[in-house]
Structures are given as C-alpha cells and as structure tokens.
Design a binder for this molecule. Structure first.
Ligand code: MN
Length: 297
C-alpha cells in the first residue's frame, strides 16, 4: 500500500495517477492528550490505519495525483537518523573532492568509524513543499537515499530480526551544505530533509537491498546506483542504530547516498526515484531572507 499525506494534512491512498482521499481512516487513531508521545502516532497505529483504509477506500473520492500538495508521509518522526558515506564510490569521491571533505578528517571516515548522525526534525518537508536553500555562496548538494520508516519500537535488535521492525520505505533527500562543520549542523537547515513522495508499506518491498535509485537535476542524471552497493544495508543500519538508542514508530533512517553528489541552485528541479517506491519531483528555491546570500559578481 502507498500512503501519502497531502493538502492540509489529508491521508491519501495512491493508485497509479489517482489518489483516494482516505482521511476518514484516521479515525482509527486513539485519542491522544498532552503530553503527546515522542513518536509518530499514525505510524505507531499503522496496522489499524491500513485496515481502516481498506474499509473506506471503495467509497472514497479520487483526485488526480498531479497537482496535489504532497507532505512528508511521516508527520512527526521522533528522530531522523542518517548514514554518512555508506557507498564505497561516494566515499572515494568525498576523499577526492576538497569541496566535499572540506579538510575535516571526520568527513571521510568509514561509516564503521564515523557512526550515524541525526538531522533536526525541523528540517523535514514533503515533496511539494520544496527545498529552500540557505547560504547560496556555499555549495549545497543533492543526495538521494533510500529512506526507512521504523514501524515498531525496537532496542538492540539484531540484523537478522531488523526488517520485522520496518513500517515501510520512501525516498529521502539529504540536502547538504558543504563545509567543515559537523554533519548534523550542515544538513539540518529547514527543508534540507525531503521525505516522500509517499510511504510504501514494507510488505511491498521484501528486500530493500536490491533497489535501483537515481536522481536527475533538470533532466540530467546525476546519481544512479543500487542499494546492493550499500556498505551497511538496512538490517545492519537498524542494528547499529538500535545499539545506541531505542527506535520508535515513525523514526526515519536515511541510508546514505551513492556517488554523483553535486550542487543545486534556486530554479533547479530534482526528479528522484527509488525502485518499488516511485518517482518524486522536488523544486529548489531560496529561503526567505537568503535570496542575496550568493557570491556577488
Ligand atoms: Mn546523506
């Protein structure tokens, strides 16, 4: 099942080029009161929501997918976990390009030595919200990644059991300001994490380790690879993450980007793809107040 969030918080069932408005299925959620849980309540109740979607879908109205305002399929992740340099060829290009490694030795450690990092939840947007760049004089790069959404609380889970805890998959864009600072700082600007265009439930992707993924900038292919080249695959990443912190429903893990990262600028359009998920179009602009932050000729 492909579930999207659209408009002003509506729930959609994606069926080809049509979306059924199944917002009524959210009545399957229990009532919550302050203080709210620190995890995503829709993902925490995904089994109930999916069952209710199946009930309401036959009589739900359809709207064309084109033109819908697509939001992040996970509204309130408790945390966004990210894998650095998790494809060998990307590690090689990072080592070879001073604009990527910025003479910070920690930027070119292997993932086994670097560990994982966290992106601010406030950096998260959906496909139609777009990327609003800051610090235009610096290099802002696209990174296309397979994104994993955790479905069930897990702590210290083995890689053999890890996929049992996955709710589904999306495309993740890990937009990055290049520079010497810590990754969590450079990659946490508002809108620098794009998740979408929808959530594909895990039953549709039994093996996340065999998926083609690519991204085009203005029609030109920039990155193209397959998740079989991940240094640490999805099970290993869940194992690694859960050795340090409990993972909760709705936590997002973006799994790392293959080679071919490169700069984006206001006016660009990114088309990205992950096999089994689909395609996602994202526009690039300048953040309000940062329009004149580029180099003046
Ligand atoms: Mn990344």
């Amino acid at each position: 099942m492909k579930l999207c969030r659209f408009g002003e918080g509506r729930l959609g069932l994606v069926e080809g080029s049509e979306v059924k408005d199944v917002t009524a299925a959210l009545d399957a959620l229990p009532a919550y009161h302050y203080p709210l849980p620190q995890y995503d309540v829709m993902i925490a109740n995904l089994d109930r929501v999916v069952a209710r979607v199946r009930e309401v879908a036959p009589t739900a109205g359809s709207v064309p997918l084109a033109g819908l305002k697509l939001l992040s399929p996970v509204a309130n992740p408790g945390k966004i976990v990210a894998a650095p340099v998790n494809y060998t060829k990307h590690l090689e290009e990072a080592k070879a390009d001073v604009q990527i490694h910025s003479n910070n030795p920690s930027h070119t450690l292997t993932i086994q030595k670097a560990g994982l990092f966290l992106k601010a939840n406030s950096s998260l947007v959906g496909a139609s919200e777009g990327i609003a760049l800051r610090h235009l004089a610096r290099r802002n790069d696209h990174e296309v990644e397979l994104a994993v959404v955790i479905g069930k609380r897990c702590n210290k889970v083995s890689k053999e059991d890890a996929l049992e805890y996955v709710a589904g998959y999306s495309i993740g864009l890990d937009i990055s300001i290049r520079g010497s600072e810590d990754r969590s700082f450079r990659k946490s600007a508002d809108s620098y994490t794009v998740l979408g265009p929808w959530l594909v439930t895990a039953d549709e992707i039994p093996n996340p380790g065999v998926l083609d993924l690519w991204i085009k900038k203005n029609g030109e292919t920039k990155q193209s690879s397959n998740t079989k080249y991940l240094i640490l695959g999805v099970p290993e990443l869940i194992e690694m993450a859960s050795l340090f912190y409990t993972l909760y429903p709705g936590d997002v893990i973006i799994t790392g980007t293959p080679e071919g990262v490169g700069p984006i600028e206001p006016g660009d359009t990114l088309l990205s793809y992950v096999q089994g998920v689909g395609e996602m179009t994202v526009g690039v602009g300048a953040a309000p107040g940062f329009e004149d932050s580029g180099v003046v000729a």
